[in-house]
Ligand binder design. Structure first.
Ligand code: SAM
Ligand code: SF4
Length: 341
């Protein structure tokens, strides 16, 4: 039995000490993945969380309900690869049924969407961001190791057929792997009506992937210039949502936008509205800082939704701002697949 229901008539609005309204929760469901993207995961030497350390579906639901009570209305499932979680459809249903959840999306590499898309839609998932770095069949497995273009593509088509829309593509631009392929990806906004987001590489956690992310960084300005040279001018779309980290544009004749997420060249900390929940039950306060607040300890120590609300309010109060990527100061503890992006 779950504890308290959200007090929708009078939700709290959580502001951090920098005046930011925090209302978007990104929930990582697992640190496992069926790919090994070069900037994210090594191919050897990984140890994953044991299942007993992962938050259960019921625990995730309690955190989601606490978050709604605290004024959160936007939720995203991520990982590792969230579609590897066997109880994913159940988790989606639990969050989607929580009164006050306005948006429930998922970030995925798409491979398992051929099997799951219809059930996820029926359970209440609204939309997906599908990660694909190139449309070139030989280059794709070089950057998204263990990946096959036809499988990712089939996943995208399954998402579209199931109505998990608007579909957005996430493309991480990595020098020497796919910086020339951004033009073909951008064309999807014209040809398929899919939104496209180009992401600057971020070094996270000590390790070879962080070093690769530094060495192979491509600025959004370079990517944008390459697309404009091939496909025409990109007209800026004013961001309706100031907390959207993506700077969005339209190509001539396109209905779907092309956006640039530029944490290194154009930090967006001032308008950040996010809190992150790791698969092992920590509120991770900022992608680019190591600070965390343990919520699993509260849940497994007999705490209820009201106790989680207190922990969430503490996490928001402690949320840091700013990063020093450009001065060469990086986080050390968790890697991207352990947080969820
Ligand atoms: N496996 C899913 C996927 O790839 O979409 C969800 C988890 S993944 C960690 C979330 C996002 O992080 C992906 O869109 C991926 O492109 C991005 N990402 C991973 N490593 C990155 C890095 N070093 N710099 C920037 N983005 C990264
Ligand atoms: Fe897996 Fe996503 Fe990381 Fe690629 S970016 S290795 S798909 S978690």
């Amino acid at each position: 039995m779950l504890a308290t229901l959200p007090r929708l008539d009078n939700p709290i609005q959580l502001h951090d000490r920098f005046g930011r309204h925090i209302n978007y929760l990104r929930i990582s469901l697992t640190d496992h993945c069926n790919l090994r993207c070069v900037y994210c995961m090594p191919t050897h030497g990984l140890t994953f969380l044991p299942n007993r350390d992962l938050l259960t579906a019921e625990e995730i639901e309690i955190v989601a309900r606490a978050a709604v009570t605290a004024g959160f209305h936007k939720f995203r499932l991520t990982g590792g690869e969230p579609t590897l979680r066997p109880d994913l459809v159940d988790i989606v249903g639990r969050i989607a049924r929580t009164p006050g959840v306005a948006d429930l999306a998922m970030t995925t590499n798409g491979i398992r969407l051929t099997e799951l898309a219809k059930d996820l839609k029926a359970a209440g998932l609204k939309r997906v961001n599908v990660h694909i770095d190139t449309l070139h069949p030989e280059r794709l497995p070089q950057v998204m190791r263990w990946g096959k273009l036809e499988k990712l593509w089939a996943g995208l088509e399954a998402a579209e057929a199931a109505g998990l829309e608007p579909i957005k593509i996430n493309c991480v631009v990595t020098r020497g792997y796919n910086e020339e392929d951004v033009v073909d990806i951008a064309r999807l906004a014209l040809d398929r009506g899919w939104g496209v987001r180009f992401i600057e590489l971020m070094p996270l956690g000590a390790g070879a992937e962080a070093q690769l992310s530094i060495d192979r960084y491509v600025s959004s300005a370079e990517t944008k210039a390459r697309i404009e040279a091939a496909l025409g001018p990109l007209t800026p779309i004013p961001n309706r949502d100031p907390s959207d980290e993506s700077r969005n544009y339209l190509l001539p004749g396109a209905t779907a936008s092309i956006g640039f997420i530029s944490p290194v060249s154009e930090p967006y900390c001032g308008t950040c509205n996010r809190m992150r929940l790791t698969a092992d039950g920590k509120f991770h306060l900022c992608l680019l800082h190591d600070d965390e607040v343990d919520v699993k300890a509260v849940l497994r120590g007999g705490g209820n939704q009201a106790d989680v609300e207190v922990i969430l309010a503490r996490a928001v109060a402690l949320k840091p701002t700013g990063h020093a990527l450009r001065r060469g100061v990086y986080t050390e503890d968790r890697r991207m697949y352990q947080i969820g992006g």
